[in-house]
Design a protein around this ligand. Structure first.
Ligand code: AMP
Length: 471
């Protein structure tokens, strides 16, 4: 049974990778998923095809732990797709790990989906009423059933029907016996790029996956594009009329890797440095040292330091051998997490006035612990917290794992109240205007987490807005 709360649907931040036409399809997919590990650490899977049959291997856990050489050998063929899954508690189970494989009238298909369907609960209910039996609670399975139930005359028409029915964000890979299909929702919410390796086409959530396998970037999969890759080469179908774009701003701020170029070639590291520079322009605090909250705050802190001419250093050292604390499903572990992850360098920080840069405050838990740590463990004289994005006031319904509005500290507290809560000497955020100024063609971005303007409507949206107005 799918757990559904109008204000907090199941969120999935994921990574997808696909390759067509390579004798080492599964091995390269394994490497691609490894490069995309930051997009999801709960589970991963690869499905390959030798032209006749599909082969699937998936498990809970990290890519490098899941795929042994023996396991990769069980994935023969020249086409493969892979998926890294990240999800919140409640839906953590193997059944929800992708790719999802299904048999239907026209053969077998596997899908790997990054994004979140806002209409999935209604669609699921009506599909179940028509007799569909779901294996998982993942909204991505809705897409499989829509394709299987479609009355379209061929596979592509079925896919077109299915993606017109769904609403939300989807960067989607479909594997069939003899082809790979890459699809991006008409808003282009999540990134998806096309590349080439040894004459084989590759598709990945982020270009950092191309770098690892030595693939050349060709272009982004366009918003609304259905790209068929098979022995005829590439064919691009136009299923949607031209649409307003809604690239996810949080990919630039936090989620994507800094070495990736996304949304028409924006380098994530460069953008984050620019956010930091703009934050410095908007700031009037004098201090001795700029330090980042690693790793998310590093590029912005460098930008801040360059702009303000205040020296930069690593005042907090991160233990890299644990996952991101935010994804731990139990509260008790998350609270413990910050200490396990970061340690201050007392020799560097003692007696100093610090400017501490992070990319975002969600619940405020991390910042509070960091400020305390810098004062007590680090001996800092003053701790000024600077956030390289505007206050996160609204939950994401399109695939970034933000908590409910009530848990978002900036939704329920004024900036000075947040400052008091995190016990900083001062706190400021990048302005929304500053953010728009930095991002080229920022009208093409979804900034709902900062301004509550949701570009894709979802069930319960008006109630959500009311909750915001009467908070
Ligand atoms: P919090 O303690 O809830 O305020 O978390 C803030 C920290 O979580 C910041 O250091 C962010 O870099 C990080 N963060 C922000 N958004 C996310 C997300 N969707 N998933 C994981 N971590 C996040």
């Amino acid at each position: 049974m799918l757990k559904y709360n109008m204000f907090h649907d199941i969120h999935e931040e994921c990574g997808v990778f696909g390759i067509y036409g390579h004798t080492e399809a599964a091995n390269l997919t394994y490497l691609g998923l490894y490069a995309l590990q930051h997009r999801g650490q709960e589970g991963a899977g690869i499905c390959s095809s030798d032209g006749r049959q599909l082969f699937l291997e998936k498990s809970m856990g990290l890519v490098a732990d899941i795929f042994s050489e023996k396991r990769l050998k069980r994935l023969p063929g020249y086409i493969a797709i892979g998926h890294n899954r990240y999800s919140t508690a409640g839906s953590s189970m193997l059944k929800n790990v992708q790719p999802i494989v299904a048999n239907f009238a026209l053969g077998t298909l596997a899908i790997a989906h990054n994004g979140n369907l806002v209409s999935s609960v209604d669609l699921r209910t009506s599909l179940e009423a028509e007799g569909a039996i779901f294996q998982s609670s993942s909204d991505s399975e809705v897409i499989v059933h829509l394709i299987a139930h479609s009355k379209g005359y061929d596979f592509y028409e079925r896919v077109a029907h299915a993606i017109k029915e769904i609403n939300g964000s989807f960067s989607l890979l479909i594997l069939r016996e003899k082809e790979l299909i890459a699809i991006r929702d008409p808003y282009g919410v999540r990134p998806l790029s096309l590349g080439m390796k040894d004459g084989a086409y590759v598709v990945a959530s982020e270009t950092c996956a191309f770098d690892l396998i030595g693939a050349t970037f060709i272009r982004d999969i366009e918003p609304g594009e259905v790209l068929i890759i098979n022995d005829q080469g590439l064919e691009s179908l136009k299923v949607f009329n031209s649409h307003k774009k809604a690239f996810c701003v949080f990919e630039l701020i936090y989620f994507s890797r800094p070495d990736s170029n996304i949304f028409g070639g924006l380098n994530v590291n460069e953008m984050r440095k620019e956010f930091g520079r703009q934050l410095a322009k908007e700031s009037d605090i004098d201090a001795d040292l700029v330090i980042p909250v690693p790793d998310s705050g590093v590029p912005a802190a460098i930008g801040f330091s360059e702009q303000s001419k205040i020296p930069f250093d690593f005042g907090l050292i991160r233990n890299h051998y644990i996952g991101r604390t935010f994804i731990e499903p139990k509260n008790s572990i998350r609270h413990f997490g910050v200490k396990i992850k970061l340690n201050p360098v007392r020799k560097l920080l003692e007696g100093k006035r610090l400017l501490v840069i992070d990319d975002s405050i969600v619940r405020g838990t991390t910042s509070k612990k960091i400020v305390k740590m810098l004062r007590e463990g680090g001996g800092a004289k003053e701790v000024h917290l600077k956030i390289s994005s505007p206050p996160t006031i609204s939950p994401c319904y399109y695939g970034i794992d933000t908590p409910t509005r009530r848990e978002l500290i900036a939704s329920t507290h004024l900036i000075d109240e947040i400052r008091k809560y995190v016990t900083a000497d001062s706190l400021s955020y990048l302005s929304l205007e500053g953010l728009h100024k930095i991002i080229p063609n920022s009208h093409n971005f979804c900034t709902a987490c900062f301004d509550c303007h949701y570009p894709i409507s979802f069930p319960g949206e008006h109630l959500n807005q009311m909750e915001f107005l009467f908070k």
